[in-house]
Design a protein around this ligand. Sequence first.
Ligand code: CO
Length: 178
Amino acid sequence: MNERTDPMTIITYGHPTLRVKCERVTEFNDELREFADRMFTTMFASDGVGLAASQVDRPIQLLVIGVPQQDSDELFRLCVINPEILETRGAWDYEEGCLSVPDLREMVTRPEWIRLRYQDISGAEHMIEADGLIARVLQHEMDHLNGILFIDRLSPIRRALLNGKLKQMAKENAKICL
Ligand code: CO
């Protein structure tokens, strides 16, 4: 990883790119590699454990994760391109937040275990199985690639309760864009 890269700006709730279904990556070149480095830099600069490309206003199917592990001091780092979930198991409630939906944390139910096919930064295909926090973050970031936010996965009642707050957030962000 190139530590000299600058962090990018993370867009927040109300920005239209967060709702876009992202394009598949077809060119695995130096520019993409540089972008992936900047994705890691941006994620770490914001103390995030995952970041999808659409969150920096580039709607392509690329995400990065840097997740703490139980049995290691090192983060589990991965750059995932064109991912596809092949199989899921179980259900697990966990409180999620999102760098693009600041100051909001909510309980979300997702599969506990996943099997995933993806391409790495050089285009090579891989298959991984993940559970716990890694599976959780991968699923949250993959939702971003489909224009889905974690608040979309809340119960209708919970979502209705948050509606005012979300509308206000979108309004504030619209002002910033002007
Ligand atoms: Co997010």
